[in-house]
Ligand binder design. Structure first.
Ligand code: SF4
Length: 283
């Protein structure tokens, strides 16, 4: 018979240690986890299967890619060799990270791309279009001395991507050959571990590279001249004549996430935008 008089009653841990656990868990949360938690709590994530769509960035944000908005040209821009005075385009701003499948595709199409590059272009003399980052062994697209991607073409006052142009002219699938980070721009798809019924599981957040989400990514808008302004001109418009970002990026969203996902997103986004219009007080 056990000696009950000496048994120590079970006690739940003191409240202070619970608070400490919550506090340390919170400190260890990554920015992505915090962002997802916050956006979900205020109803700004649209869940479609395992994918969470950022309503602020994809559905309510409007978008127009027009290189004359981010590049300022000299008055002689129509000259064949004209170079822009100021180039604040995404192809001049970001390092482009290259996946292994991007590398294979770019190498496959490179002979066709070279035919569109000037004779003096470094990619003609055997220079690799990639370089590796020693810190983490990842690959990036090579840049010019001005910090612009080597595949940017300046043609009589217009800029274009040599890979994109090659695909269109050779009737190849653009999404197949352009690096995935370029095709998605300004979209970003990031994985995170979600709690929920059962074990933690992986979900995917679809958002965009904007000032509001800069803290989610390694490359932030820290060096933006005015932190209050969007650094890319394509992301500032609220005008009704421009498309919501998800519609402007329909091709690549269908390619990466499938037709069923896009059709459902489009159906629910139209409902969302219709309801928002109806709530707006008359001007
Ligand atoms: S590969 Fe094309 S789209 Fe990508 S950064 Fe270079 S020029 Fe821009």
């Amino acid at each position: 018979m056990p000696d009950r008089s000496r048994a120590v009653p079970k006690r739940s841990p003191p409240r202070r240690s619970k608070a400490l656990k919550i506090h340390t868990d919170d400190l260890e949360q990554q920015p992505l986890d915090r962002y997802v938690t916050l956006q979900r709590s205020i109803g700004r994530l649209m869940a479609i299967g395992k994918i969470d769509v950022d309503v602020d960035q994809l559905i309510e944000r409007r978008f127009l890619c027009d290189r004359h908005r981010c590049i300022q040209w000299t008055p002689h821009e129509r000259k064949a060799d004209a170079r822009p005075l100021i180039d604040r385009s995404c192809c001049s701003t970001y390092d482009v990270a290259i996946t292994e499948s991007d590398r294979q595709k770019v190498e496959e199409i490179l002979p066709l791309v070279r035919r569109r590059l000037a004779r003096s272009h470094p990619l003609h003399d055997g220079t690799e279009p990639f370089y590796d980052i020693e810190d983490d062994f990842s690959l990036r697209l090579r840049e010019t001395d001005r910090g612009t991607c080597e595949f940017v073409l300046y043609e009589a006052g217009r800029t274009t991507c040599a890979i994109h142009k090659t695909c269109l002219e050779e009737k190849l699938d653009v999404w197949e050959y352009k690096p995935i980070a370029c095709s998605l721009w300004p979209l970003a798809i990031v994985d995170y571990e979600a709690d929920g019924p059962g074990a933690p599981h992986t979900r995917h957040l679809v958002t965009a590279y904007t000032n509001a989400t800069a803290g989610l990514f390694e490359q932030t808008a820290d060096d933006s001249e005015d932190e209050g302004e969007e650094r890319f001109a394509c992301l500032v418009d609220d005008a009704a004549e421009y498309e919501p970002l998800y519609q402007a990026q329909e091709g690549v969203l269908r390619y990466v996430l499938g037709d069923a996902f896009y059709d459902e997103l489009d159906r629910r986004a139209r409902q969302h935008l219709g309801a928002k219009r109806r709530r707006r007080p008359p001007a």
